[in-house]
Design a protein around this ligand. Structure first.
Ligand code: SF4
Length: 391
C-alpha cells in the first residue's frame, strides 16, 4: 500500500470532515467505467435480479435488510411463489404472510409489506408507484428502499445508501467521521447522489452494493481484486481498518424469561397468544411469556402465575420446568425457561395481546411463531405422549 497518487488516476477525494469535497467528474467517469466492467463480469445470479418487476425488487430489498443473501434466496423463492403479485399479497391472510416470513426475524417488515400491498391495491389500482417520493409513502419503505426500487425497477437516477454502500463510500471518500451520525449520513447521501448516473442507474446501484458485499468487505477488504483500487484514497493511505469508523460494540444485557406451556384439561390443546402491534414479534403467535425478576424456583412459579393471571384473566397452576432455551435479540442475551402449566379457573380475557387461543397440538405447525416459540412447539410435539399422558 502506498500514499502516492499515480499520474494516470483522477484526483481522489479525501474527506476529513463532512465539509469535504464530492467526487470530480473525471473521477466519477473513471469509477463508473471500472465498476460497470467489473459488475458485467462478476455479478451473482440472484433470483430477484432475473426481473425488474418492482414487486420482486421490493420483496428482495425488504428481506435483505438485516439478513444475509444466502438466507434470503430460499425465503424469496417461497414467498414470491406463495404471493406472486402485489394483489396476491394484499389479499393474503396475515397469518399466512407471517408464516412465510417465519425465521427471517424482524417480523414488522412482513407486517408492513402486507399493509403496503393493501395500500397499493386500494390507492394505486394495484400498480406499484413509479416514483421514489410516492414509493416512500408506503408503510415500511424508507429512503434507501424507495431509491433501490425506483432505480432498479424504473431506471430513475435515485441514490442509495445502505450498509454496503456506507462502507464503500466512506472508503472512497476517505471519510474519517462517524458514518452513522446525522452529518456523516448527510454527507454520504450527497456522495451517493453525486455518483449515480442517469444512464442505467439501477445497474449502477446494484454494482455498488455488489462491490461492497463481495470486495469492499468490513474487516479485510479485498483491495488486491478491487476494480477501483487505483481510485481509492483509503487504499492508498492504508486506512482500510480505520475507515469506516466502527460503531461502539453494544453492551449485552442478560434477561431471564419464563414461558408457560398451558394445557387445556381433557384436550390436546395448548394456549397461544398473538403479539399486538407495536410489540416485539407483532402479529406472531407465542406461548405466554414474561420477563422474570425472581430467581428461586418457588418464587418464579408465583411470579409467572401472577403475570399470567394479569395478562390473560385465567388462574394458572405452574408445574415443572420442561425446557430451557438460550437466544439473542439485538443486545439482549435471553435465557428462556418453559414451564408446564394448567388452568385453575377464571375466564380467558387477554390484556395487551391481539388475541389468545386454545390451539390443538397438531395445528401448531400452521401457526406463525417466533423462532424460540417454534423450537418449543417442536420440542412439545416430540414429547407430547409423555406430557399429555400426565394430565
Ligand atoms: S480499494 Fe479496498 S478499500 Fe478501496 S474500495 Fe476497493 S476494496 Fe474498498
Amino acid at each position: 500500500m502506498t500514499a502516492r497518487r499515480t499520474s494516470r488516476s483522477p484526483r481522489t477525494p479525501v474527506a476529513e470532515s463532512t465539509e469535504a469535497a464530492l467526487p470530480t467528474t473525471a473521477w466519477k467517469n473513471a469509477f463508473r467505467k471500472s465498476l460497470r466492467a467489473w459488475f458485467d463480469r462478476e455479478r451473482r445470479d440472484l433470483p430477484w435480479r432475473r426481473s425488474r418487476d418492482p414487486y420482486a425488487v421490493w420483496v428482495s430489498e425488504i428481506m435483505l435488510q438485516q439478513t444475509q443473501v444466502a438466507t434470503v434466496i430460499d425465503y424469496f423463492n417461497r414467498f414470491t411463489a406463495a404471493f406472486p403479485t402485489v394483489a396476491a399479497l394484499a389479499a393474503a391472510d396475515e397469518h399466512d404472510v407471517l408464516r412465510h416470513w417465519e425465521g427471517l426475524g424482524y417480523y414488522r417488515r412482513a407486517w408492513q409489506m402486507h399493509r403496503a400491498a393493501q395500500v397499493i391495491v386500494a390507492e394505486h389500482g394495484g400498480k406499484f408507484p413509479n416514483d421514489a417520493a410516492t414509493i416512500r409513502t408506503l408503510p415500511g419503505i424508507g429512503r434507501y428502499t424507495a431509491g433501490a426500487i425506483a432505480s432498479i425497477a424504473f431506471d430513475l437516477p435515485e441514490p442509495i445508501l445502505e450498509a454496503n454502500t456506507v462502507r464503500l463510500f466512506s472508503r472512497l471518500a476517505a471519510f474519517r467521521g462517524d458514518p452513522h451520525a446525522k452529518p456523516g449520513q448527510d454527507y454520504l447521501w450527497q456522495w451517493a447522489a453525486a455518483l449515480v448516473p442517469t444512464r442505467e442507474p439501477g445497474l449502477f446501484n446494484q454494482a455498488l452494493m455488489e462491490l461492497g458485499a463481495l470486495i469492499c468487505t468490513p474487516r479485510e477488504p479485498r483491495c488486491g481484486q478491487c476494480p477501483v483500487a487505483r481510485l481509492c484514497p483509503t487504499f492508498k493511505l492504508g486506512l482500510q481498518r480505520e475507515i469506516p469508523r466502527l460503531k461502539k460494540p453494544p453492551k449485552f444485557e442478560d434477561v431471564h424469561e419464563g414461558a408457560l406451556i398451558v394445557r387445556q384439561r381433557g384436550t390436546r390443546n395448548v394456549l397461544l397468544v398473538q403479539r399486538a402491534e407495536g410489540q416485539r414479534w407483532a402479529g406472531l403467535w407465542d406461548f405466554p411469556r414474561f420477563t422474570l425478576a425472581a430467581e428461586q424456583p418457588a418464587n418464579i412459579a408465583a411470579e409467572l402465575q401472577q403475570h399470567a393471571h394479569a395478562a390473560l384473566g385465567l388462574k394458572f397452576v405452574v408445574g415443572e420446568r420442561l425446557y430451557t432455551l438460550k437466544y439473542g435479540v439485538t443486545r439482549f442475551r435471553i435465557t428462556l425457561d418453559a414451564f408446564a402449566a394448567t388452568t385453575g379457573g377464571g375466564r380467558l380475557k387477554p390484556v395487551g395481546y391481539a388475541a389468545a387461543q386454545w390451539v390443538p397440538l397438531d395445528e401448531l405447525p400452521g401457526y406463525p411463531l417466533n423462532v424460540s416459540a417454534r423450537k418449543l412447539a417442536q420440542q412439545l410435539r416430540d414429547d407430547e405422549t409423555g406430557l399429555f399422558a400426565a394430565q
